[in-house]
Design a protein around this ligand. Sequence first.
Ligand code: UGA
Length: 423
Amino acid sequence: MPPLEDPLLPPPPPSTPCQFHLMNSTFRPRFRFPSAAMVFLWALLLLSFTASYLILVDPGHRSTSLQRNIRSSAEIRRPNGITVLVTGAAGFIGSHVSLALKSRGDGVVGVDNFDNYYGRALKKTRRDLLEFHGVYVVNGDVNDPRLLSMLFETVEFTHVMHLAAQVGVQYAVENPYAYVRSNIASLVTLLEQCKSSDPQPAIVWASSGSVYGAQNKVPFSETDRVDPPTTLYASTKRTGEEITHTYNRLHGLSITGLRFFTVYGPWGRPDMAYFSFIRNILHGKPITMYRAKNRVDLAREFIYIDDIVKGCVASLDTSGKSIGSSGSKNESAPYRIFNLGNGSPVTVPALVTILEENLKMKVEKDVVDMCENGDDSFAYVNISLAERELGFKPTTDLQTGLREFVKWYLWYYGKPLVENRNV
Ligand SMILES: O=C(O)[C@H]1O[C@H](OP(=O)(O)OP(=O)(O)OC[C@H]2O[C@@H](n3ccc(=O)[nH]c3=O)[C@H](O)[C@@H]2O)[C@H](O)[C@@H](O)[C@@H]1O
């Protein structure tokens, strides 16, 4: 705090002796031109009144800075660029896709409700990373029609990349309503918004490889039957495919559903098996490895995140246009479904071995026969349609992808100090 009489400041003017006494003076107020200081004070007062009115009374104003952020994030910086609303932008696939679009000059706005299914910390770090690269992520729920209408009033989205979902196959047993709400109700809310937007955006959304359920015919092709579902998660994704089909037929929305298989990589989902395996290996704890009937190892179509991102971006680029419900009889909006897997399954024990090799550590394995929990025992997928239509060609094998994942994991979480017991 500077002294009141700062030696560097000119001395204050001498105080003027009181010129009149209120009680005994014949005080007559008279008009005087206000001094500059008075004008300044009044202006300040007026400004603060207006600001508090706008902030407290007019809720619209609060959204103005939000809308500024949204508009700036939606700015296109390349010729023929697109403007994409990415739902689930703070999620694993959503964050990678958002960055890929932004880095090639598209306009990208994210929305995410930061649900606590696998903790919020990683989602917030992904959000910070996105904002560092100029992608703004609105904290909100896709199932909120007012939020959606504000977003579409603020920006003319050409595309929606709908990745927000309640994920996880096992958690559905515990909390079925979360799946119905996120994977069905939110999808309908979003489609309703897109249906009534002018222009209507094209929609690319996350279905799942799990829709093939108990099918035994391999490899799975898009034209194959997709019943019966073995999990509620799969049922909600299958329902989503049917719902989107209806919106495509009735309302002329361009729809592309992507059947993602087991996507892995840096910034991945901590609820997935490869994530819990690395955690346990590093902490010297045993892992549970499920096994199907007749002692058959489980197998999955592990697909690296960079390959999936290419599939998502190509889907946006080839989506065609929504045509609205007034489209002519000869014209129909595209409705497409693609498998996005690797085209070659790998067993879970093989995945664990690659992790052990990368970490130069061994882990104790509890091999458990899979109970009737509804999980699928294998996945083997035909990706030729995506190859043909999207130019989709996965290039990262599991060794390379897991090496990248392990590098990221050790960078992000650090190596635990607990000693691993070698087995
Ligand atoms: O294909 C899909 O659609 C789904 O792929 C994954 O589901 P999943 O393949 O079951 O992925 P993980 O939970 O990582 O499990 C991979 C394999 O490891 C097995 N596993 C899991 C956990 C465990 O402790 N031990 C174990 O052997 C599972 O049974 C499964 O065979 C994703 O988690 C889903 O969100 C996605 O939609």
